[in-house]
Design a protein around this ligand. Structure first.
Ligand SMILES: Cc1cc2nc3c(=O)[nH]c(=O)nc-3n(C[C@H](O)[C@H](O)[C@H](O)COP(=O)(O)OP(=O)(O)OC[C@H]3O[C@@H](n4cnc5c(N)ncnc54)[C@H](O)[C@@H]3O)c2cc1C
Length: 367
């Protein structure tokens, strides 16, 4: 169990709320994504080599990569992040998270143990809502996960070229660095993406004008003739073939467009490369198991209690979810404080991470 020590908590002081100076910018103009359209324009039935469910942090780069050699369909239940000022501007970080309207890119929910939270509902997924802190994984973790370290390192560069920037440290984040060093979160490692003990400056997905770049930007790598991205396309069920097969195999999906019309997409019998394609579920930590359960894959008893026909009794689907423990201290300031999201981080040997964000909040909100 990871434990936060009180003195470390003091360092993690967070001044929630942000200056609301709306900055109009040009970087949020939609790129020329000829492959992107609303799902209402999709045919009732279509065939692809790969079908990716969820156009988030994982789904967008996957679609861009697979489209180089295959016909790929990316289905995203939300809309485009481009043109949404709240997503683009660092100063309106909390506005997106607190927008509870039905079309909000942030879907709010409360966990069974009462923790208020949000999950993304927009192309680009969590990168449209999050604090934008960028770092590499611990190489030990990469190896334990069975991933090819060389490929992972090359992938980092692919991502960094498009959406990672060196943050400009101003007063607050500099003070956080000094505080971390003073209490012994050592050594000081400067600006680095490496996951190493001590205090460091990580990368950020906000550029020098404080404009957010998201995973949707990675679609600029896509082969336009190999990719179709459908927005407001909510997948309701994955279709499985069971008859005449030794294993249950996914072969299609049912999704609904923004007007409520149903569409189906199926895997082509064979890709041009002669192999069978796949349906990839990248609908997020909550969306992915939810969709599997709705499709008949999950703990049999649970599915039966919901009246869902069991295709595969898989007891672990949707189990073992937990929130990371997060301790927050809010320090009110009598004068306005610069807006900054996590830039400095303290990585301790206890396995805790110390970050601090700053901004201004109206005094009413502190009541
Ligand atoms: C407030 C906040 C701050 C964070 N700060 C940081 C940070 O600073 N640095 C960091 O590295 N991480 C941060 N994270 C975590 C990070 O954003 C997530 O771990 C990451 O985005 C998860 O990626 P994903 O691809 O698994 O899911 P997501 O990016 O959530 O993508 C899932 C996508 O699937 C879509 N979807 C779901 N169900 C369906 C369906 N049935 N049909 C079609 N589409 C569907 C969703 O709309 C969504 O776009 C933060 C998260 C939050 C919420």
């Amino acid at each position: 169990m990871e434990v936060f020590e009180p003195w470390r908590l003091i360092l993690a002081a967070v001044l929630a709320g942000f200056l609301h100076f709306q900055v109009l910018c040009t970087s949020d103009v939609a790129p020329n994504y000829t492959f992107m359209q609303e799902a209402t324009k999709a045919p009732p039935v279509a065939y692809y080599d790969y079908i990716i469910i969820g156009g988030g942090t994982a789904g967008c780069p996957l679609a861009a990569t697979l489209s180089q050699n295959f016909r790929v369909l990316l289905l995203e239940r939300g809309g485009s992040p481009y043109g949404n000022q709240n997503i683009t501007n660092l100063a309106t970080f909390t506005d997106t998270l607190t927008d509870t309207s039905p079309t909000s890119p942030a879907q709010s929910f409360v966990s069974e143990d009462g923790v208020v939270n949000t999950r993304a509902r927009v192309l680009g997924g969590g990168t449209c809502l999050n604090a934008g802190f960028y770092t590499h994984a611990d190489p030990e973790f990469v190896q334990k996960a069975g991933l090819d370290l060389d490929l992972v390192n090359r992938s980092y560069q692919w991502v960094e070229k498009v959406m990672v920037f060196e943050p400009q440290l101003r007063q607050w984040q500099s003070a956080v660095r000094d505080g971390l060093l003073e209490v012994g979160v050592l050594p000081y490692n400067g600006y680095t993406f490496e996951h190493i003990y001590g205090t460091k400056v990580g990368g950020t997905i906000f550029d020098k004008d404080n404009h957010r770049h998201t995973a949707a930007d990675l679609l600029q790598y896509a082969n336009p003739s190999g990719l179709t991205v459908l927005l407001y396309a909510t997948v309701h069920r994955i279709l499985f073939k069971t008859k005449g097969q030794s294993k249950t195999a996914a072969h299609g999906v049912i999704f609904k467009d923004g007007a409520g019309n149903e569409h189906r997409a199926y895997l082509s019998k064979e890709t041009d490369k002669g192999s069978m394609g796949e349906i990839i579920v990248s609908a997020g930590a909550l969306g992915s198991p939810q969709l599997l359960i709705l499709s008949g894959i999950g703990p049999a008893q649970h599915l039966k209690s919901l009246g869902i026909k069991v295709l595969l009794d898989q007891p672990w689907v949707g189990q073992g979810m937990a929130d990371n423990p997060l301790n927050v201290i809010v320090v009110p300031s009598p004068s306005p404080v610069e807006v900054s999201l996590a830039q400095q981080v303290g990585i301790t040997r206890l396995g805790t991470y110390i970050e601090a964000i700053s901004g201004s909040i109206s005094s009413d909100s502190l009541d």
